[in-house]
Write a protein that binds this ligand. Structure first.
Ligand code: TXA
Ligand code: MG
Length: 317
């Protein structure tokens, strides 16, 4: 059921049930993050492997030190600058955090999401919310309540509707457990923005191979059901696949053959706008009739880097 009933969401979460929540990045599938039984329902509903750890969502940094054992200076600085917002930090976990949440890792992922409804919800609860993106494992992340309903509706007690996610890409994950920050997932906060805050450019260590310790980084992830191809030249692709009905996820001013069904992420070439449309358009094309989706690689700067990362992982291998 979809709705805006905050007190119902609070009741359900207090009772150990699952509630889908809006955030500025994507919708999350939330449960009491300190209760292993509640958390295990997330894995079951998503069909998510237990080796894939979850992010804990907080309303502020007030209770953060109950969840993490230490926090370096640069992490405090990042928190002050980017929270609430699309930044997730990996920090040494305290004993309070169940091993199920971190998949046995000594680090816990934490973030303060920037969505008024979810911040209000978090303030009303006495625990943080564990929440992965609210999609079946491996599929495209949801950026609207209807996306969640379409795929997990029968497995979730309630979907809190906060409108379309403003950013549309998952949070940027930074490992803050060492002397220096290391970016582990590209997302809503760009490397440039991180560099401006830190005063230096952070290391980036994003595995692009199959890595069971962080499935969000698996080569095949965020994927539609139809094969998706990342191409430079749509005309050449169409000529080479002339019998096929092609769906085109485009960007900026461009031309494509008339037979092709096109959805443009941002006709004016704006990467922020493109990010906010990405997952919605990928889903729309996936449900449209056609044989395959062809996507254009975006400029590799700013949010374009994170968008290209998602397109690459969505692409047919
Ligand atoms: O924007 C977001 O981050 C959204 C919203 C709902 O907050 N959440 C999200 O969660 O994208 P999820 O579970 O789909 O992706 C989180 C990624 C996973 O790839 C997971 O492996 C990684 O974070 N992660 C979580 N805890 C970790 C940990 N302790 N160590 C290493 N990686 C971790
Ligand atoms: Mg996910």
């Amino acid at each position: 059921m979809i709705g805006k009933d905050l007190s119902l969401a609070i009741r359900l979460l207090n009772a150990g049930e699952l509630v889908a929540i809006p955030t500025e990045t994507v919708y999350g599938l939330a449960a009491n993050g300190l209760d292993p039984l509640s958390v295990s329902k997330i894995f079951a509903a998503k069909n998510r492997p237990y080796f894939d750890p979850l992010i804990l969502h907080l309303d502020s940094t007030v209770h953060l030190l109950e969840l993490v054992d230490e926090m370096p200076h640069y992490a405090e600085r990042l928190a002050e600058h980017f929270w609430p917002g699309p930044l997730t930090m990996l920090l040494p976990k305290s004993q309070l955090v169940p091993d199920l949440v971190t998949a046995g890792s000594p680090l816990v992922a934490v973030r303060v999401p920037n969505h008024p409804l979810t911040l209000e919800l978090l303030k009303a609860l006495s625990f943080p919310l564990a929440a992965p993106s609210a999609n079946p494992f491996g599929y495209i992340s949801p950026t609207r309540a209807e996306h969640v309903e379409a795929q997990l509706g029968d497995k979730i007690s309630y979907i809190l509707d906060g409108g379309p996610s403003e950013i549309g890409l998952e949070s940027t994950i930074v490992d803050c457990s060492g002397d220096e920050p290391v970016v582990k997932r590209l997302g809503g906060i760009t490397i440039d923005a991180l560099s401006n805050c830190l005063g230096f450019e952070p290391k980036v260590d994003i595995q692009s191979h199959s890595n069971p310790s962080s499935p969000g980084l698996l080569d095949q992830h965020y994927a539609p059901r139809k094969p998706l191809y990342l191409v430079e030249d749509i005309e050449a692709f169409c000529q080479a696949h002339s019998g096929k009905s092609i769906l085109y996820l485009s960007f900026g001013a461009n031309t494509c053959p008339e037979s092709v069904y096109e959805m443009n992420l941002s006709p004016k070439g704006d990467l922020i706008e493109a990010a906010s449309h990405l997952f919605h358009y990928m889903r729309a094309l996936d449900s449209h009739s056609g044989d395959c989706i062809v996507a254009k690689r975006l400029p590799d700067n700013g949010l374009g880097k994170a968008i290209n990362d998602r397109l690459y992982r969505a692409a047919h291998k």
